[in-house]
Design a binder for this molecule. Structure first.
Ligand SMILES: [Zn+2]
Length: 254
């Protein structure tokens, strides 16, 4: 069963390196907010700045966006300011390097900050969409590669129909894009190793991904700061250390 005692960190990292090598390139990574905290992006949960002032279940909920998009944009402007300033941290960079070396096949991320791509990862499934693009809910218009500085007015409006645009991210009350869900499910089922980084694994369907790997006979390696529902029953190995510390060390051992 799962080994989740604190143990000595170097031993655990060596064990993690062995798991990664044994996966023979068939490692799929699942990341969440925890990996981007070291880049200055606050997680939804836990009381940090932005989310103290804006309840995400109000400001990032699709029904309230449809009713009062201006209100959601108060939060979005502040969030985009944070995201646009953020740069990849050593955890993002280590994952990109693992992909380059053929040790990581895909990254499934719940983050909408594009930091994996900024670090050089190419095969990224964005489970919750991305803030890079804006979409119009009333017509098919899409603004790719949006930055706040490009907006002549805020909130930004659709040049075709005048409606207020929405970031192409999955708001509360919206479904995961079906293509992302299918690809992620297939990747998780085919993985020999699922590496879970910085996610409490309690938001579905992302939370199912490690279980799919496990059920198909794969292993699960977890790097989180605290115990999660995966720790013990699902994870074969858990390392309770920051990802921006563990992943570069892991890379050195390979
Ligand atoms: Zn429109």
């Amino acid at each position: 069963m799962g080994k989740s005692m604190i143990g000595s960190a170097p031993d655990k990292i060596a064990e993690a390196a062995a798991l990664l090598k044994a996966a023979g390139g068939r490692c799929v990574v699942l990341t969440g907010a925890g990996i981007s905290v070291a880049s200055g992006i606050p997680a939804f949960r836990g009381s940090q700045g932005l989310w103290d002032r804006y309840d995400p279940f109000v400001y990032a909920e699709i029904g309230s966006f449809r009713r009062q998009p201006e209100k959601s944009w108060e939060m979005l402007v502040e969030m985009l300011q944070v995201i646009e300033k953020a740069v990849p941290n050593p955890a993002h960079k280590a994952l990109a390097e693992l992909e380059k070396r053929g040790l990581v096949e895909r990254i499934i991320t719940q983050n909408v900050d594009s930091l994996h791509q900024a670090a050089g990862s190419r095969r990224v499934i964005e489970f919750h969409g991305s803030n890079r693009d804006l979409v119009c809910l009333d017509c098919a218009y899409r603004w790719a590669g949006f930055e706040l500085s490009q907006a002549s007015e805020l909130p930004p409006r659709c040049p075709e129909c005048g409606s207020i645009l929405k970031p192409d991210v999955v708001f509360f009350g919206e479904a995961i894009p079906p293509t992302a869900l299918e690809e992620a499910t297939r990747a998780a089922e085919n993985a020999r190793l699922m590496l879970v980084v910085g996610t409490s694994a309690n938001v579905y369907p992302a939370a199912d991904m490690p279980k799919l790997t496990k059920r198909a006979g794969g292993r699960v390696l977890e790097i989180n700061l605290e115990k999660t529902p995966l720790t013990g029953p699902v994870a074969d190995l858990t390392i309770f250390r920051p990802a921006d510390e563990v992943l570069p060390l892991l890379l050195e051992m390979l």
